[in-house]
Design a protein around this ligand. Structure first.
Ligand SMILES: NC(=O)c1ccc[n+]([C@@H]2O[C@H](COP(=O)([O-])OP(=O)(O)OC[C@H]3O[C@@H](n4cnc5c(N)ncnc54)[C@H](O)[C@@H]3O)[C@@H](O)[C@H]2O)c1
Ligand SMILES: [Zn+2]
Length: 370
């Protein structure tokens, strides 16, 4: 079992990571909540529940507790206000009150939506995250960002609402589709590049085991990645400075996702290409040694195969202007300067960006799998 602390001005909580953690979930909650269990509401998707409900419920049954299960159909398309209203109605119908606790049991979609539901139901109730995708375990379950999408863009409605705790059982990753695992691992490569050279080296050494879902290897990578995010978020909860480094690869990554209507690449796959584009900008500026840049690019491709990008460079460049991370129209880029360290720059010229995107597309044409 690994425990990592998140300490922000508005909340302090633990992220627990372990193989088989679900078996003791109710006991841990019981202790966390001072020796009693409130009314419990699980938000999950039917697919996840079909796979894992027995393991999930076992520890509650031993304590005589019966959580009420609310379903959110899976898929990004369901991360909408209408789903929040439906679930809030279901909570109200069964009399959920201010003392009730929501358990978000699923990937980032379930976690973001259930967290937002908890943030606004009766002006805010408590919740815990029980993430089931690699991405959710290393990224979306901690940090307090919750929300839903609008047709105009992703995550445009939301709130900061931290969970009481995060329980990441790496055993549930065994049923994750392989491309979901690989896409999530790209966020761990990101964590290594921006903050943790040891994590990066570990992922180099243990690539085969990680890609084969070896439990101990995954637990190590999840814990190290969570440590990076927990550390960064603890130092800068509201993204006024340091937290921006978590967006390495995301400016071009988001542009790729938008240009392909969020249908051709998983988020982590788009971020992987985005990390390569930002790396090319850093190379053009001689901000990073070629040998370091090559190691980064090699590792990203090794955790592939990555899908092709069906979008022209000009469109991708134009779409980076609409990135939510921009402030007052300034385009920010997180550039790696060596493995474990980045620099935030605001003066990337349109020509520089276009050239980096073209290099990325060229590489994608040579290396892409599908
Ligand atoms: N709040 C944040 O800080 C933050 C950070 C990053 C991403 N996000 C959000 O996370 C979302 C993406 O999350 P995601 O990548 O986890 O996708 P997801 O939640 O859509 O899950 C991916 C798929 O895997 C299935 N699944 C989940 N766990 C499984 C398991 N153990 N076994 C088998 N199948 C399983 C799901 O049903 C789904 O079909 C996006 O909406 C994104 O905006 C939020
Ligand atoms: Zn991401």
């Amino acid at each position: 079992m690994r425990t990592i602390a998140v300490n922000t001005p508005s909340a302090s909580y633990s992220v627990l990571i372990g193989d088989g953690l679900l078996a003791t979930l109710a006991d841990r909650l019981h202790k966390l909540l001072g020796g009693k269990l409130p009314r419990l509401f699980v938000v999950t998707s039917p697919e996840i529940w079909a796979l894992w409900s027995e393991r999930f419920l076992a520890s509650f049954a031993r304590r005589g507790a019966e959580p009420i299960v609310l379903f959110l159909p899976s898929g990004e398309a369901k991360k909408r206000m209408s789903s929040v209203e439906t679930l809030a109605g279901q909570l109200a119908a069964v009399g959920a009150d201010r003392d009730s606790l929501i358990l978000a049991f699923g990937g980032g979609v379930v976690g973001d939506l259930a967290g937002f539901l908890a943030a606004i139901y009766m002006r805010g109730i408590r919740y815990v995250q029980v993430p089931t995708t690699f991405l959710a375990q290393v990224d979306s379950s901690l940090g307090g960002k919750t929300g839903v999408n609008l047709v105009h863009g992703k995550n445009l409605i939301g709130s900061f609402h931290h969970p009481l705790a995060v329980y990441a059982d790496t055993a549930v990753l065994q049923t994750l589709p392989p491309e979901q695992l690989r896409a999530g691992l790209q966020e761990s490569i990101k964590a290594g590049v921006i903050y943790d050279a040891r994590l990066f080296a570990y992922m180099e050494e243990h690539a085969a085991a990680a890609l084969a879902s070896d439990p101990e290897t995954l637990a190590h990578i999840v814990a190290a990645s969570v440590r990076v995010k927990a550390d960064v978020v603890s130092k800068d909860e509201r993204e006024s400075g340091l937290r921006m480094i978590l967006n390495y690869g995301h400016t071009v990554g988001h542009a790729i996702e938008a240009a392909t209507s969020y249908k051709q690449l998983l988020h982590g796959e788009a971020v992987a290409w985005g990390m390569i584009a930002a790396l090319r900008i850093a190379r053009q500026r001689n901000k990073i040694q070629p040998s370091q840049a090559e190691r980064i690019e090699k590792l990203i491709l090794q955790y592939g195969p990555l899908p092709a990008i069906n979008a022209p460079a000009t469109k991708l460049a134009a779409l980076t202007a609409g990135d939510k991370k921009n402030r007052s129209g300034v385009r920010r880029f997180i550039l790696p300067v060596r493995i474990g360290k980045t620099e935030i720059v605001t003066d990337v010229s349109p020509e520089e960006l276009l050239s980096a995107i073209e290099q990325m597309l060229q590489l994608a044409r040579r290396k892409a799998a599908r």
